[in-house]
Design a protein around this ligand. Structure first.
Ligand code: ATP
Ligand code: MG
Length: 178
């Protein structure tokens, strides 16, 4: 047990092009939940139950989940007005979750990507993150985290791809990649 453990309230960023950002955030969610902390996962860009982790969260009780995406691939610079309004709705939910005293840990999955794609600005996201109650821990995931996120975070981990079976033709496997 760490003798120096102190309160929550930090900003964590998981970024990079290697696998493991979302699963690391959900691993943290599991750990926090195991300690009786109140956890919410707010997921940008994704929709639906076609992910093992989403079915898992829906089956278990204790970790809340909200999705603000569409069931469609978006590429940089090619988002729609609907993508903007969904992301903004997600940010409003994030703000309510960060300030409402209902959660101790707030996971903003793929929020780095919505900012990188220009669907919302990095500043809009950071304004929400900064507004958090001081004891709420925030985890932001996704490739290409804007510099501003990295500068303001307390913990930044970059998942760096060394190998991925996708490059050898192995397509996404249920239960492993999704
Ligand atoms: P995971 O959800 O497995 O933790 P991730 O959050 O780090 O991965 P994303 O950038 O969100 O990865 O990628 C979305 C999907 O692409 C996931 O199914 C993930 O497993 C897969 N993936 C991650 N990295 C790579 C890669 N380098 N090449 C191909 N597919 C990848
Ligand atoms: Mg991810």
């Amino acid at each position: 047990m760490c003798p120096k453990s102190s309160g929550l309230g930090l900003i964590q960023v998981y970024t990079g092009n290697g696998k493991g950002k979302t699963t690391a955030a959900l691993g943290l969610a599991l750990r926090a939940w195991g300690r009786g902390l109140r956890v919410v996962v707010i997921q940008f860009m994704k929709l639906g139950d076609e992910y093992g982790e989403i079915s898992a969260l829906r089956k278990m009780s204790g970790i809340d989940l909200f999705q603000y995406g569409r069931d469609q691939l978006i590429t940089k610079g090619k988002h729609s007005q609907e993508d903007v309004s969904l992301a903004k709705k997600g940010l409003r939910k994030a703000k309510a979750s960060l300030t409402g005293k209902k959660y101790d840990v707030v996971i903003l999955d793929e929020v780095n990507v919505v900012a990188y794609f220009g669907i919302v600005t990095p500043e809009e996201v950071m304004a929400v993150v900064r507004s958090r109650a001081p004891e709420v821990e925030v985890i932001m995931t996704g490739r290409n985290a804007p510099k501003q996120f990295i500068d303001e975070a307390d913990l930044v981990t970059e998942m760096r791809m060394i190998k991925h079976p996708y490059d050898a033709g192995v397509i996404a496997r249920a239960g492993i990649e999704y």
